[in-house]
Design a protein around this ligand. Structure first.
Ligand code: SAJ
Length: 416
């Protein structure tokens, strides 16, 4: 099989490399010349465990190359971003998906399978992609097989999850579904679940919405418990001992290009009905402001000025700052002239990020832990001794050692 993937980002690149590892001849397309050059020189441009080694392997085997333009292939996979539109309900912006479809049209031949992996609003395959291919004279399900196969991998564990996760394959017709399933049988060891395109679209969106709504519940619990003088983290631990309860974990807000984006695709399609989904988004989006307020109160108590922000990415052990609540918190505090704010994040290579941990902590009045990077889990007394006031607000509840030697605050004791 020859495969052409359009989009070599967090999903398109690992997916392309995985197919190539399993013997498929893969050509990966991206709009960025820098990305193409870097990949053809054997260097990945994103951080993901196991990906660098896998790229080297497939380049040595001669199974993968990156280019600016698509080529003829048996199967096309589209894995491009779907951001929110700037309209009232932040609907799904299909610009990149539709332009990826346009880009492959000159290379399409009868018998080809076209798969969209990008997360899309419900009914996109039926209402937007199918009509465009029909305009070209193709009969879907006979000439061209059209499939939505949503990606469901967790950044940080992509190389394992690509293989072992169950995979939803939603065809526009039954014949499309069968063709799509054959493609993923190349390497997927999880169950391949066959369904319709629209069901696959909604299922993907509800998976991320489920998580977003549950995190909103945890964040609300943190706020309510603080108001009532109750340890929210102990409540979660206790409630989760119930066999059918799984409370999620509160934090500084919800980020990334999935949970903070996808629920709006449902809201925008059915704004009157999607009430809970909308409220969950509101609650999670309010968390950065809440953290800023807490930080300001803590600093008012100790007349503090210097804040050390630990972590800018949207979650731990990744380099991705898209929709990151930590970035919002950093920017909001940094905009206040009364504070001297230093960001420390070993995973982020931006010019304003302090690279030296000692310098970041030197004379600090507050460490604000916003990301659960492994590096932050074991802070020592030596680190704290650099601070002017040893005060830590740990929104991720990850600092476990030496907390008795400092003024340590998390969602469990914020009320005190
Ligand atoms: N978070 C919390 N509390 C929690 C869990 C997460 O505050 O209890 C926060 C994280 O810190 C982060 C955000 O939520 O800011 C999202 O992180 P995540 O680890 O839940 O998920 P993502 O965005 O990295 O990946 C999700 C996954 N979806 C689900 O688990 C249902 C992944 O499987 C999807 O493939 C991915 O979205 C995607 O691409 O859609």
């Amino acid at each position: 099989m020859k495969l052409c993937t359009v989009g070599l980002g967090y999903i398109g690149l690992p997916t392309s490399i995985m197919f190539a590892k399993y013997g498929v001849d893969v050509v990966g397309v991206d709009v960025s010349q820098n990305v193409i050059d870097s990949l053809n020189n054997g260097k990945i441009h994103i951080e993901e465990p196991g990906l660098q080694e896998a790229l080297e392997e497939v380049i040595n085997k001669g199974n993968f190359k990156a280019t600016l333009k698509p080529e003829k292939a048996d199967t096309f996979i589209i894995a491009v971003p779907t951001p929110n539109n700037e309209d009232e309900h932040k609907s799904c912006d299909l610009t990149y998906v539709l332009s990826a479809v346009e880009s492959i049209l000159p290379y399409l031949e009868k018998g080809n399978t076209v798969i969209v992996e990008s997360t899309i609003a419900p009914r996109t395959m039926d209402d937007s992609v199918k009509p465009r291919l029909e305009e070209e004279g193709y009969t879907i399900g006979e000439d061209i097989f059209l499939v939505h196969c949503p990606e469901r991998v967790l950044p940080g564990q992509i190389m394992q999850e690509l293989i072992y996760n169950n995979r939803i394959v939603g065809g526009v017709t039954d014949a499309c579904t069968e063709k799509g399933a054959e493609v993923y049988e190349t390497f997927v060891k999880g169950e391949i679940i066959k369904t319709q395109a629209k069901t696959a679209e909604m299922s993907k969106l509800m998976e991320n919405t489920f998580r977003d709504v549950n995190i909103a519940l945890a964040n609300e619990l943190a706020k309510v418990s603080t108001e009532l003088g109750i340890n929210a983290l102990e409540v979660i631990e206790m409630a989760n001992k119930h066999p059918r309860v799984n409370l999620h974990t509160p934090g500084p807000g919800v980020g990334g290009h999935c949970l903070a984006v996808d629920p709006y695709f449902i809201i925008a399609k059915a704004p009157e009905s999607a009430k809970l989904i909308n409220l969950a988004r509101e609650i999670n989006s309010s968390m950065p402001e809440y953290v800023v307020e807490v930080a300001e109160k803590l600093l008012a108590n100790n007349n503090g000025k210097k804040i050390t922000v630990f972590g800018l990415t949207y979650k731990g052990n990744v380099d991705d700052i898209r929709e990151s609540p930590a970035m919002d918190i950093y920017e909001e505090l940094n905009a206040k002239p009364q504070y001297d704010v230093v960001a420390y994040d070993p995973h982020v290579k931006l010019s304003f990020v302090e690279k030296d941990l000692s310098k970041a902590l030197d004379g600090s009045d507050l460490v604000l832990v916003l990301t659960d990077h492994n590096e932050f889990k074991a802070l020592t007394s030596e680190h704290y001794s650099k601070m002017h006031t040893p005060l830590v607000f740990d929104t991720k509840n990850i600092v476990k050692e030496n907390t008795d030697k400092i003024n340590y605050i998390n969602y469990g004791n914020l009320y005190k």
